[in-house]
Design a protein around this ligand. Structure first.
Ligand SMILES: Nc1ncnc2c1ncn2[C@@H]1O[C@H](COS(=O)(=O)NC(=O)[C@@H](N)CS)[C@@H](O)[C@H]1O
Ligand SMILES: [Zn+2]
Length: 478
């Protein structure tokens, strides 16, 4: 028996925090040992997940946005222009004060987000209504001196995968329509990751600094806390007035533009890892899996026939555009299964002498563990069909879990009891004092008003008792 491979045991998923931290290391997603707090290193395997995930967001955005890149460094005079924006970021922004041994005459901010880098250029680019709508995005690193507990992929000081879109429109309504389009696009992006999200309008005290309003999409993590995995902001003409972004309308008048911005980060990857994984490790949705299928040769005698069959299957799958590998290492089968299950490979293909006799292969699904023998002759279609089945069942399972952890609540006691498990859906009169009082009393905040809210019912605010037709999501959050 080969010496027992030292296999790092993963804690059970219900010890979610330890499971999550260990999994990032064991599955080689991120190395958290980098000597700057809140900065982490992508392992190549993790980086290939990022490449596949961001390939989807690019595919969706490129339909009617253009990708570009703005400088990282923002001069203090530009950064300090929009009062609310500064107030919201002044505790988080990193400053560069020297170039070599030379003190800089103008301090430079490391972009926490890029409004104040981009909008001075938009002022030069936007001249006429014919230039609108302008829809650009960039995928860059941004820097926020987060004082809350930093966590890889979830709360970073260097956000390595910050996709920020910044759009310019002729009217407030056009910008409002773009915010809705951004949320639709994010919902589709997360559907492709098999991650169900809840869109809701953030309460005023929680909107983006300098915005008229914010709509966010939240995912529910296994520990019952929600993670804000995307936000879209209506900026009104606030930034246009601050940065003098005007266009000449059809009547030759100079008009301030209206803007939006919307962003996602590597939290998208944190959500897909957390929601789909199990005690054995990652479960990757086939569309973003770095390795979609792993072929395990079961080698006894006649091994050259088995290896030849494995290579033939690999070539056929690769020809169909599938990301496939053969594990022909001299490890024993059990430790091969362990390794590739840990990496969340959606399908395992076992081929041994007995399979060859039947000109078949054994397919094992990572998500359900189900095994099925299929003819080698139709292996490509069998594999592709199973990818679609796995993708669908991962999303359905996640939707069920989410639905089962949204609780209809009428009183603060109901909310207090249920936010320990998930999301409370509870009446709110809309007054800030009641919202903040609720947060105080139940240890969980108002996420927002669901965008699909039908404000037809009559309920009682659990704090002040006033009649209201609004119900909001309340949850503990990351
Ligand atoms: N410290 C952080 N680490 C990881 N992701 C973060 C962090 N801070 C924010 N995010 C993610 O980035 C998204 C956009 O950030 S934001 O502040 O809400 N919005 C903006 O910065 C706007 N300029 C739109 S890009 C958030 O919805 C959240 O998913
Ligand atoms: Zn109230």
């Amino acid at each position: 028996m080969a010496e027992q491979e030292k296999e790092a045991m993963l804690p059970p998923k219900e010890s979610f925090s330890e499971w999550y931290n260990d999994l990032l290391q064991v599955a080689e997603i991120m190395d958290v040992r980098y000597p700057v707090k809140g900065s982490y290193v992508w392992y190549p395997f993790g980086f290939s997940i990022r490449r596949n995930v961001y390939g989807i967001i690019r595919e969706l955005l490129d339909k009617d946005h253009q990708e570009t890149m703005f400088p990282l460094l923002i001069p203090e005079n530009e950064f300090m222009k929009e009062a609310e924006h500064i107030k919201g970021f002044e505790d988080e922004v990193y400053w560069v004060l020297n170039g070599g041994t030379t003190p800089l005459d103008v301090k430079l901010a490391l972009r926490p987000t890029s409004e104040t880098a981009i909008y001075p250029m938009y002022r030069l680019w936007v001249r006429s209504h014919a230039d609108l709508p302008l829809k650009l995005y960039q995928i860059v690193n941004t820097f926020r001196y987060e004082t809350k507990h930093t966590r890889p992929l979830i709360r970073l000081r260097e956000i390595t995968s910050f996709k920020e879109a910044h759009t310019v429109h002729a009217t407030w309504d056009d910008a409002a329509a773009q915010v809705d389009e951004a949320i639709r696009l994010y919902s589709e992006f997360y559907r492709r990751l098999a991650v169900p999200v809840l869109p809701s309008k953030r309460p005023n005290w929680d909107k983006f600094p300098g915005a008229d309003y914010t709509i966010a999409v939240d995912a529910l993590m296994p520990d019952g806390k929600t993670l804000q995995v995307g936000t879209a902001h209506h900026l009104g003409d606030n930034f246009a007035k601050t940065f003098d972004i005007k266009y000449e309308d059809a009547e030759g008048e100079q008009v301030y533009a209206h803007q939006t911005c919307y962003g996602v980060s590597e939290r998208s990857i944190a959500a897909l890892i957390s929601i789909h994984g199990d005690d054995k490790g990652l479960i990757m949705p086939p569309e973003v899996a770095p390795v979609q299928a792993v072929i395990i040769p079961i080698l006894f005698k006649k091994s050259e026939a088995v290896l030849a069959a494995c290579n033939d299957v690999k070539e056929k799958l690769e020809a169909a555009g599938i990301r496939v590998t053969i594990d022909d290492s001299d490890k024993r089968p059990g430790s091969k299964y362990y390794k590739w299950e840990m990496k969340g490979v959606p399908l395992r293909i076992e081929i041994g002498p007995r399979d060859l006799e039947k000109e078949a292969a054994m397919l094992a699904r990572r998500d359900t563990g189900e095994k099925e023998q299929v003819p080698l002759a139709s292996i490509v279609n069998e594999v592709i069909e199973r990818f679609a089945v796995i993708q669908f069942s991962l999303l359905e399972k996640a939707k069920e879990e989410l639905g089962a952890r949204i609780f209809e609540c009428e009183t603060l006691d109901d909310v207090r009891e249920n936010v320990a498990k998930g999301i409370a859906h509870v009446p709110w009169c809309g007054e800030e004092k009641c919202g903040l009082e609720m947060d105080e009393q139940v240890g969980a905040g108002i996420l927002g008003i669901p965008t699909d809210q039908d404000e037809t019912g009559t309920y009682k605010c659990p704090v002040c008792g006033k009649d209201t037709s609004i119900r909001v999501y309340v949850a503990r959050t990351y």
